[in-house]
Design a protein around this ligand. Structure first.
Ligand SMILES: [Zn+2]
Length: 73
């Protein structure tokens, strides 16, 4: 296996994860940009912890890929 050096070592390199502050709800919202799963947390470290521990559901990712490629074509 080739060794990959991620730009942000605390995150899996292949999962695009965003953590944003939702002012209206006063919560941090972590969102996976691959399977679109989201989680909310009161503290930033809780949100990043979820992001770090998150693993995409392979079936959901495959389904989304099918749907997205279908609409894009
Ligand atoms: Zn995911």
């Amino acid at each position: 296996m080739t060794k990959v050096i991620p730009l942000r070592p605390h995150r899996p390199a292949l999962v695009l994860m965003s953590v944003e502050w939702d002012q209206a709800r006063a919560l941090y919202v972590a969102a996976c940009e691959r399977c679109f799963e989201t989680a909310t947390a009161h503290r930033l470290d809780q949100a990043t912890e979820w992001a770090d521990g998150h693993r995409c559901d392979p079936e959901l990712v495959a389904l989304l890929a099918t749907v997205l490629s279908g609409t894009a074509a």
